[in-house]
Structures are given as C-alpha cells and as structure tokens.
Design a protein around this ligand. Sequence first.
Ligand code: PMP
Length: 448
Amino acid sequence: MTTVSAPTPLDQHRRLVTAIPGPRSLELTARRAAVVAAGVSSTLPVYVARAGGAILQDVDGNQLVDLGSGIAVTSVGASAPEVVAAVSAQVADFTHTCFMVSPYEEYVQLCEVLARLTPGTHEKRSVLVNSGAEAVENAVKIARRATGRDAIVVLDHAYHGRTNLTMAMTARAMPYKTGFGPFAGEVYRVPASYPLRDGGLTGEQAAARAIDVAQRQVGADRIAAIVVEPILGEGGFVVPAAGFLPALAAWARDNGIVFVADEVQTGFARTGALFACEHEGVVPDLVALAKGIGGGLPLGAVTGRADLMDAVHAGGLGGTYGGNPVACAAALAATALYERDDLAGAARAIESRVKARLQAVAADVPAIAEVRGRGAMLAVELVRPGTLEPDKEAAATVARTCLAAGVLVLTCGTWGNVVRLLPPLVIEQELLDDALDVLEQALRALAA
Ligand code: PMP
C-alpha cells in the first residue's frame, strides 16, 4: 500500500511577486514556441506550478485567483483533497485495464451515481468516455441507432467540441472550424433563443421559430436528435427565454426526436441546480456530461433513457480509455462533494453576490449590454455604447487588465465580446470579493 503525503494547502489569497508574466514563465513561453504547435493557444501567459481551491500558483510564485476553473472543470476546487485522496488510492491499486476487456466496480458505481443524479426518475443507462466532444458524439450515435434516422438539429451559437462531427455541430467558424472541413453531414442549424438580441421574442416564440426551420428544411420525421445546451456556453453564456427549452422538448417528444441536453459545461451544480435543465423542469432523453464530473480528471458520459441507450448493439459503444478507473475514482469523489456540500446552493450564493455587484457596475458603464447567467456561470456582454454592436476589444481589454492584476477571467461569445466567470464553487467569499474588486475596476475603466 503506497502512502502519498498530502501537499500543504495553498493559502487562498491573491499575491503578485513579479510582473505577469514573470521571468520563469517568459522562459517557458520561449521554449514552448519551439516545440508546442502554434494552433494550441493559452489564455494565461503564466505557467502553473500548483493549484488549490480557487488559487493558481505560477512558476514564479505568483498566486492568481482562478475565475475559470479550467473551463468549468474544477468546480469542487482545484486539487480538492477528497479527489486527490481517491485518485492516489486508485493509482496505487491499478491505473488501467480497459473496461471493455476486464471490468471493474468503479465504472458500475459511477453509472449508478449518474442514474440517480441526472434529471428524471426513469430507468437509465450510461456509457463513460473521455471528453465532452466524445460524449456528444456518442449521444448522436445512440440517437441515430435508436431512431433509425440520420438528421441532427443544433442551435445557432452552439459549441459541442472539436472532433469532426462536433465541429459540424459547433456554430462558430473562427477559430473552431476554419480550414478544417469538410465536416460531417446531416447536421442542421436552427435559431437559438438569445433574449438580448431577439427583439422581445418569448421562449415559446423563439422555439416556434426554431421548430419551423427544422420542419421546413429537414422534416421532423428525418430528425434523430435535437442537441441543445440549456445555457449556451462558448456561444456567450446565453440563458434562453423561459419556455424555450420546454417547447423544444415537447416538440421532440411529439415527433419521436431524441432530446439531448449537452450539459458538458452547465452540469454538476454549475448553474445552481445539479443540471441546468432542472431550472425549467425539462427531462432530457439523453444527457452529455464531462468537465465538472471528474473534479479535474478527464471523463465524459452519456446518461439516458434505458430503451434508447440499450438500442445499441453490444460492442457498439466504448473506447480504450473510456471510464478509466482513476478518472472514475475522481468522479466518485467529486460527485459526492456536489451532494455533501450542497455546491448547487454555493453556486446560487455566488450568483447573488456577483450579480448584485456587476449590475451596480452596469448602471454606470454603458458598454455593458447585459449581466446574465445562472449560478456560478455568469457573464457580461460588452457592446459599443448605445448599440448592440459587439465589442470584442473591450472584452479582451477587461480580461487582460484582470490578468495583469492576478485574476484569471475568460472571454466567450460568438463575437468574442463576453467576459465570463466560472469560479470554483468552493471559492471563499473574501477571495471572490477581492477578484470582483479587480474585475469591477477593469469594467469601470471602459467608461473612463
Ligand atoms: N459541449 C459543451 C457545451 C462544451 O462547453 C464543451 C467544452 N467547452 C464541449 C462540449 C467539448 O468538451 P471537451 O472539450 O471536453 O471535448
């Protein structure tokens, strides 16, 4: 039995001891240019040495506040002690066998947890994979096999991944698709609900607009699945108007179309409910999961209706690493924390704190068109004052200003003009307030 000594926890304070980036990070940036593909870019110009809770410590000893959680992954905090312990214990037992060759309990146990936690009380099955894109791909495979239909309907502003099929499903060309075609066929895009830019459409009206396009351009009887992010993620943290998701789900049900919720970014307490579909009482047929599920280790899953999942022939789903035992151990620890520590409640507390703060700023800064989001998935959309014209440069400036002060914020949005916040759900109030001071100053500077 191997024992692993626990590292000293990182104190939860922002601290800059060099310029950002510091000398060691600059050295690594130079080395990187010689060996790392230029197509892989990084938001942060500093290199991480350690991470804990909501703090990233860089190779120069700076401590940055992490308001990105590795893109909504370390929701339980970076290196959560329970996850570290579970992973360490599993690594000591065995690291890999391949579930398709010689199975193990952790895979089964995690599928039991997913059946219990995901929306709906119906009988469910799961398949475990390695990433969000792989989860979405598998949801499409399952929907096609179960329905015998080919067509897949997706939303404008959608992001579903970078594999060939999920690139086709993703809306934005640059940087995700440009030059990478031809793309997988039988993917059809319909308008989303984007309240800020919809001229007052209700959720039901936005759904009717989407359904009309799908019916005219594809035909309901040809559609295997409609794949929907309950809150658009990379597309700009756009919360659809109330009624949009239920109307799409009802149409899918009435037409034998599989309703797939891509909860890769919204899942696991991020939006103040365990899954974002719950805010509108929508029970998806299949749900694609990843990111927060693994507490920092790579894992994805599709969980859904037993009749659909089991329509796939034996051997039709899987992969060498899918449901790797170390990733499963991490996920079992992380999913227990979402429940034990009511991290959905923590996300709601973050929402009220951050929204109150940012709405007050928005009243003084005309470049802020909207403060939006749910739970700890929050954003400000930036425009040229007095218009809805997206201002990508303003978002980049805010992110850059925050970084220089030691606060990591990400941007997103179809036009790149949205500043988004995805703090670990365990972030301490004092640290969050400190980071918000920095963000507030950066936003107010837009009005100066
Ligand atoms: N779906 C959604 C909604 C996502 O936000 C992402 C990742 N940003 C993906 C799919 C793809 O996940 P991965 O990067 O793990 O393949």
